[in-house]
Design a protein around this ligand. Structure first.
Ligand SMILES: Nc1nc2c(ncn2[C@@H]2O[C@H](COP(=O)(O)OP(=O)(O)OP(=O)(O)O)[C@@H](O)[C@H]2O)c(=O)[nH]1
Ligand SMILES: [Mg+2]
Length: 328
């Protein structure tokens, strides 16, 4: 029997993945349990969730006792969304950051150059996307904090050196390391409906030095070693058009839409959009602007693809990319 989870449930799940502490995680999990329909089809999910709640409750208690324990690399999300850049040694991760943002990470011909995460903002049209450079993952080593960072990210960019015979094996190692820690790079983001312990992270595979004549063949080896369902883009950073295409793909990977807002009686200006999840409604926009506003908004006027000429719509109205909205 399918679980048929309501949309509010998925919102609570987002809240869970983006939690910055065990206490916030616990709040989100409790909300998920409350919102989950109680029938036979959700028996297993309910049991998973209850187990997770008791586990997280212990973590939250520990957290209370020692609030400042060790160094944490939780990076608050900025801009339209957070994409973590992953890969084996020398896969081209730092070069992605160096080419697409203003940051200047060390890029070198030798492996194991990057040791710490480095967040940086990538501009795209009128929005910005947060990218995070990370140390390499190998069969022998994965930084423990990196797993949490991948699970909390909106998406991942997995780098694959199209010019290296080691790339298939190295990239399969990355997938295995994460999978053994219940983190699956996949074509969608969210908890796995078969087991709540597993988090899926929507991924784009980026073949660097993509103009190498054998790149496609090496990619085929990866498919054999580690079957996966995420899409692929070939890039050559020495080419401007290739860099630009990657920027667009990265924005699309977030599955968000841009919404512009105006106050009644003011001029419509297409600047500084809010971004909300694809399929988001007037209510979601209000929530994004301010939590309290989500409760008070009753209707909106919309100019754009979802409604014409300032038509009045209700709070459940789904918005489209580049709509102009006046909230009431
Ligand atoms: N020509 C060319 N060189 C590339 C491309 N992508 C990466 N490189 C080169 O590959 C080497 C490794 O790149 P890095 O970005 O440092 O690799 P990394 O994944 O950050 O490596 P670690 O931090 O050591 O894990 C550098 O010499 C890059 O200039 C590409 O698309 N074209
Ligand atoms: Mg690096």
């Amino acid at each position: 029997m399918p679980a048929n989870l309501p949309p509010q449930y998925y919102k609570a799940e987002d809240q869970y993945r983006q939690a910055q502490s065990a206490k916030e995680e616990l709040e989100a999990l409790q909300l998920m349990l409350q919102l989950m329909p109680k029938h036979k089809g959700t028996d297993r999910l309910q049991a998973d969730l209850k187990a997770k709640i008791s586990e997280t409750r212990k973590d939250a208690e520990e957290e209370q006792k020692a609030p400042k324990g060790g160094r944490s690399f939780r990076i608050p999300r900025q801009g339209s969304g957070q994409i973590v850049v992953l890969g084996g040694p020398n896969a081209g991760k730092s070069r992605v950051i160096a080419e697409l943002t203003n940051a200047e990470p060390a890029v070198a011909e030798y492996p194991f150059t990057t040791h710490e995460p480095l967040p940086a903002m990538m501009p795209w049209e009128d929005v910005r996307v947060q990218l995070i450079d990370t140390p390499p993952i190998s069969a022998q080593h994965i930084d423990p904090w990196l797993v949490g960072m991948v699970r909390a990210a909106d998406a991942a960019l997995l780098c694959f050196d199209g010019s290296s015979d080691d790339a298939p094996e190295h990239t399969a190692d990355v997938l295995r390391q994460l999978e053994s820690r219940k983190t699956k790079l996949s074509s969608r983001t969210g908890l796995d409906e078969d087991s709540f312990a597993v988090v899926n992270v929507r991924t784009l595979l980026c073949v660097t030095r993509g103009d190498d004549p054998d790149a496609a063949m090496r990619l085929e080896f990866l498919r054999e070693l580690a079957p996966h369902d995420f899409p692929t883009v070939f890039v050559e950073f020495d080419r401007e058009d290739s860099r630009e295409a990657l920027r667009t793909e990265l924005f699309r990977l977030l599955h968000v839409i841009r919404i512009y807002t105006r106050k009644p009686g003011t001029k419509a200006e297409y600047i500084d959009p809010y971004t909300i999840a694809e399929g988001g409604t007037v209510e979601d926009l209000a929530y994004r602007i301010h939590r309290d506003m989500a409760e008070t908004v009753t209707s909106a006027r919309v100019w754009g693809d979802s409604a014409r000429d300032g038509q009045t719509v209700g709070r459940e109205h789904p918005l489209c990319d580049r709509d102009m909205v006046e909230l009431h």
